[in-house]
Design a protein around this ligand. Structure first.
Ligand code: TRP
Ligand code: SF4
Length: 331
């Protein structure tokens, strides 16, 4: 029996942060031993919002690949896939776009939230349709499982719907495309350092995996805490404090104790933050070492991406043969 295949990925719009690590990267590291793993560098999806900035996208392809490698994804186990190199993704996107209705796309909650951020008036055809392209990302290689965070659930439902519709339209009772299962991230998303619900680059509240020790210390020091706690002798409310949530996600062993001491005014915010910064730096240290290696060996990284994409294209081409045969457009 072949190993089940997973496909997941990131938009290449900038370096990855601790929120990515907690919400998905750490899980990927575990999954790579159990599944055949494809990591998509979603440069086309990045273009949907950054089409005026192709230079940034090229730089980010390397950054995102190195972020993934630095956390412990093993280039001998995983396959990197550069989205724009995969012809079957482009082809499937076009075929799916014939039967996906504009109305469904307009009502996708994740797209709607993102559109609010970028502005409704300038909504492009490509942006509105990116969930269709994401369905192509997942189906070109017939992925069995897709590990994602909660915000991606509408896209997964869309993908599953597309697969069912395709099979119904052209399958003649056969399952031409594989309906993927969703593997929801076991860890919730991390809040931003400013207490904002989401850590994000555009929000300026992120801790990057590539941050230096000093940057981590400085950013943690500036993080928002319980605003009612002014003096060390004030009792704190860890349930509303950003720093305590980071302890929970990254320093779970001490979490209960810290909350308890905070509530009794037995630990001050400065000390609490120092501890957190220490934990984060301990986590990032081995990653920094791997990162330094790959930053000095960009040719190797490029080769992983090109070889991986070639392998992906062979798989995608075979899928396209079956797809075109099912659609009866093969001469
Ligand atoms: N939309 C995903 C994100 O923003 C990235 C992505 C693109 C993706 N294609 C994918 C994730 C396919 C899983 C599977 O994080
Ligand atoms: Fe937050 Fe820690 Fe200060 Fe309590 S002691 S308010 S958990 S930073």
């Amino acid at each position: 029996m072949r190993q089940k295949r997973i496909l997941t990925g990131d938009r290449t719009t900038g370096k990855l942060h601790l929120g990515h690590y907690v919400g998905s990267l750490q899980n990927r590291v575990r999954l790579q031993d159990k599944y055949e793993t494809f990591i998509l560098l979603a440069d086309i999806q990045a273009l949907t919002t950054h089409f005026k900035n192709p230079d940034l996208i090229k730089k980010s392809i390397y950054e995102v690949a190195i972020d993934n490698l630095s956390v412990g994804l093993d280039p001998n186990k995983i396959t990197f896939v550069q989205q724009s190199r995969i012809t079957s993704i482009a082809e499937l996107t076009v075929f799916y776009s014939m039967f996906v209705t504009v109305n469904t796309l307009r009502h996708n909650p994740t797209t709607k939230t993102e559109a609010k951020h970028y502005g409704y008036d300038d909504l492009t055809y490509g942006f509105l349709g990116y969930p269709v392209s994401q369905a192509a990302d997942i189906t070109f290689c017939k992925a069995d499982l897709v590990p994602v965070g909660e915000d991606q659930l509408p896209h997964m439902e869309q993908t599953r719907k597309i697969v069912r519709r395709f099979n119904e339209l052209y399958g003649k009772g056969q399952e031409v495309l594989k309906e993927p299962d969703t593997l929801l991230s076991p860890t919730p998303r991390l809040v931003g350092l400013d207490g904002n619900s989401k850590m994000g680059k555009s929000l300026g509240n992120a801790l990057y995996l590539s941050d230096t020790e000093r940057e981590v210390v400085q950013k943690v020091q500036a993080a928002v805490t319980d605003p009612a706690r002014i003096r060390v002798s004030d009792k704190g409310h860890p349930d509303i404090c950003t720093v305590s949530q980071y302890h929970k996600a990254l320093n779970n062993d001490e979490y209960e104790d810290i909350c308890d001491r905070c509530k009794r005014a037995n630990i001050g915010c400065v000390a609490c933050k120092k501890r957190l910064a220490g934990c984060i730096n301990t986590l990032l240290d081995p990653m920094r070492e791997k990162r330094a290696y790959y930053e000095n060996h960009l040719d190797e990284v490029k080769e992983f991406i090109i070889n991986g994409s070639q392998k992906a294209n062979r798989i995608g081409d075979a899928t396209m043969d079956e797809v075109k045969a099912a659609m009866n457009i093969k001469l």
